[in-house]
Design a protein around this ligand. Sequence first.
Ligand code: GLY
Ligand code: MN
Ligand code: MN
Length: 435
Amino acid sequence: MAGGWSPSPLPGSDRVGAYAVTPARRARLSARFPGERLIVPAGGLAVRSNDCDHRFRPHSAYAWLTGLTGEDQAGHVLVMEPSGPHAHEAVLYLRPRSPRTGGEEEFYRDRRYGEFWVGRRPDPAEAERLTGIRCAPLAALGAATGRDAASDPELASVLSELRLVKDAWEVGQLQLAVDHTAAGFEDVVRELPRALAHPRGERWIEGVFGRRARAEGNGTGYETIAASGAHACVLHWIRNDGRLDRGDLLLLDAGVEADSLYTADITRTLPLSGRFSAVQRQVYELVLAAQEAGMAALRPGAGFRDFHRAAMAVIADGLAQWGVLKDAGGDLHRRYTLCGSGHMLGLDVHDCAKARSETYLDGVLEEGQVLTVEPGLYLQPDDETLPPELRGIGVRIEDDLVVTATGARLMSGGLPRTVAGIEEWMGTLLEDAAR
Ligand code: GLY
Ligand code: MN
Ligand code: MN
């Protein structure tokens, strides 16, 4: 088996998409840790069962610094070697290709890394061309000492904080993810007749969205939430094993993760019949007003928590007007809203989560940050504080925005949000589907 093989040069593009922007990212990291050796692992494979692993996705910090995003990065390590008092040289330690001769063990027999099992990966010389980073075989790494992003909280939090403001290339990737996500939502509406006919219609919807996510990008950026009726009152309903009822709402929270690993995070709450009932509309319009208030509070210099406060003030007022709350003061509305109204978005759906609170949760917004605004009302089916007609309704509206010099730009405005806009959009798509 070892003979008779012709050369197999690396197919496809010879540079990663982020090639031009990763040097500046590494320079910003370098400036934060002068003279210190920094280790940023891609992470390793995780066993699913026996000899089957979960699909591999490199750690977001590794992808951000190297531009490498593929399943073939398992086990690889980026090291920032101090190269003077104020500089580092980046070195990527990679598993070399296994040769067809002399390396037969791995090439033919290794289910995790053998080329006949999982496909070709770049060798160090090819990876150097791809990334612009000096590459060395993994075996040369030895026992690496230094700050390790997997175990050093300070390095991990700096790596989160450096990603808070997105560069123009990143905003472009996020827009791509948002646009593919919008297409996935349209697919779902077109498929509603089939989903309604299936005993596990929520799963059908998850599958339809997942098809778009895998076809256009790397997959979904998080587990899709396809929650109909009272399931929508569970914030992260990912069991998705329910039947759909034409009289209910469907809360669909889903995002395509682009090949670059940037993800969208969008929620629409849709009437399965194509038309909101009066009470569904009442709840929906309150959440929409809260979202409008939240989005209007985004601007550079505003506190990160301001948009949540603005959205919650609208919700509390509305609940008081409905007679659910005695008055709009205090925080009793939290029984019906449950969680924060948004978060940073980027390579991770809950991006930059290791940033210190003074730079994120208690910090101020900056131009170039991308975040979600996603207020919701979750009126539990067994909540005796609510009038019976409101029980079992869950509504969340979630959009993705980039902070600009003067405010914020809605990136997901391609999907309608108003009652009239949604009904018209659904009507057109369902008509198309019926043809
Ligand atoms: N899909 C999770 C979230 O909206 O934060
Ligand atoms: Mn979100
Ligand atoms: Mn979401």
